[in-house]
Ligand binder design. Structure first.
Ligand SMILES: Cc1ncc(COP(=O)(O)O)c(C=O)c1O
Length: 344
């Protein structure tokens, strides 16, 4: 019934958290959405019998247009970055095609690549001092034979930034297929390649409201692309890509983005404090341009051991003595460091 390669795709099992566990595993914001966002979403609950309509989406597109500085034609809304990524796969690859991304990168790239029956090529990354570096030449040369290239910029799970804007342009010129530059953590860096979409039809820039805007549970993301490309992506999405409360929350958030800037400021200050505390506790935290930190330790099974201490962090493919921790509230970060200090 189903395509045979679907069995080979990793299945995504959601964690059921125990009471009081600090959730530092999914790179969510630890701050709840501001009350004006919650109120805007709540006002839509009693209209839950209606599909979200064109008027709502027009307002969302206008809000995104003034937030990004790009016209509406360049924008596509989806149910989170995940949804738009799936659309990028559906619209481009055939089984057996080559998909290129850094090894390591956001886990869903591999999941979607497997689900589509493609050949996933991971371009090496390696630690150099506090940061990670990508074999950029290799990424560019592999892209000449790939139907789809995915680059999370900044990269998850390393927290490093790969490819300068100039290099991205070079990639766009060399690539045979679509290039997705995933800017899920854009607000934490301010660095973007959105300015290149007009000149490069093969570029899709992905963004999300899940991180700096504190709206992960609402599932809203957007893509920025050349109008022709944006139009194709829109066709690949369902007519009601997300719910009425989510659209209303996103409009309210984007019309008042000041709170997201405060969230970023707090997260960045806290991130550096967390890195210092982890270093003092004997771990090696890498540099980060995001709301998470990649950490190397001398402790095997560190993710499981931290969970038993009430702190959920993310396992990473570098080894079982490594973890990725989201920057949480100050007290959660303390709990993480305290829990880590107890381990042997
Ligand atoms: C690099 C990257 N891209 C995309 C996403 C997906 O974000 P969402 O589907 O919540 O918009 C994430 C989430 O962690 C991410 O780290």
């Amino acid at each position: 019934m189903f395509k045979p390669w679907i069995r080979e795709a990793p299945s995504m099992v959601l964690r059921e958290y125990g009471d009081g566990v600090a959730r530092l595993d999914l790179n969510e914001s630890p701050y709840t959405p501001p009350s004006f966002v919650i109120e805007a979403a709540a006002r839509e609950l009693e209209r839950g019998n209606r599909y979200p309509d064109g008027n709502m989406f027009r307002r969302l597109y206008e809000a995104l247009s003034s937030y990004t500085g790009l016209p509406r034609d360049n924008i596509v809304v989806g149910a989170g970055g995940d949804d738009l990524l799936r659309a990028a796969f559906t619209g481009t690859v055939e089984p057996g095609d080559k998909v290129v991304a850094p090894r390591y990168s956001f886990g869903m790239y591999r999941v979607y690549a497997k689900l589509a029956g493609t050949v996933f090529v991971g371009v090496p990354v390696e630690p150099r001092g506090e940061w990670w570096v990508l074999d950029e030449e290799r990424l560019i040369s592999e892209s000449k034979r790939a139907r789809l290239v995915l680059l999370d910029r900044p990269n998850n799970p390393t927290g490093s930034m790969f490819l300068s804007e100039k290099r991205v342009e070079e990639l766009l010129e060399e690539a045979k297929g679509l290039v997705v530059i995933d800017e899920a953590y854009y607000e934490f860096t301010g660095s973007t390649v959105a300015g290149l979409v007009e000149a490069h039809e093969n570029l899709v820039v992905l963004r999300t409201l899940s991180k700096a805007f504190c709206l992960a549970g609402f599932r809203v993301g957007y893509a920025l692309a050349h109008p022709e490309t944006a139009e194709k992506l829109r066709r690949l999405l369902p007519p009601f890509p997300t719910s009425r409360p989510s659209v209303a929350a996103a409009i309210a958030a984007l019309e008042n983005p000041g709170y997201a800037r405060e969230v970023v400021e707090k997260a960045v200050a806290e991130r550096e404090r967390l890195r210092r505390m982890l270093s003092e506790a004997g771990a090696k935290p890498y540099g980060s341009h995001t709301n998470f930190v990649l950490v190397e330790t001398g402790i095997r099974g560190v993710v499981e051991k931290l969970y038993w201490e009430g702190v959920a962090v993310r396992a990473v493919p570098m080894g079982d003595n490594w973890f990725r921790a989201t920057v949480g509230l100050p007290e959660e970060n303390h709990r993480l460091v305290e829990a880590f200090s107890k381990l042997e």
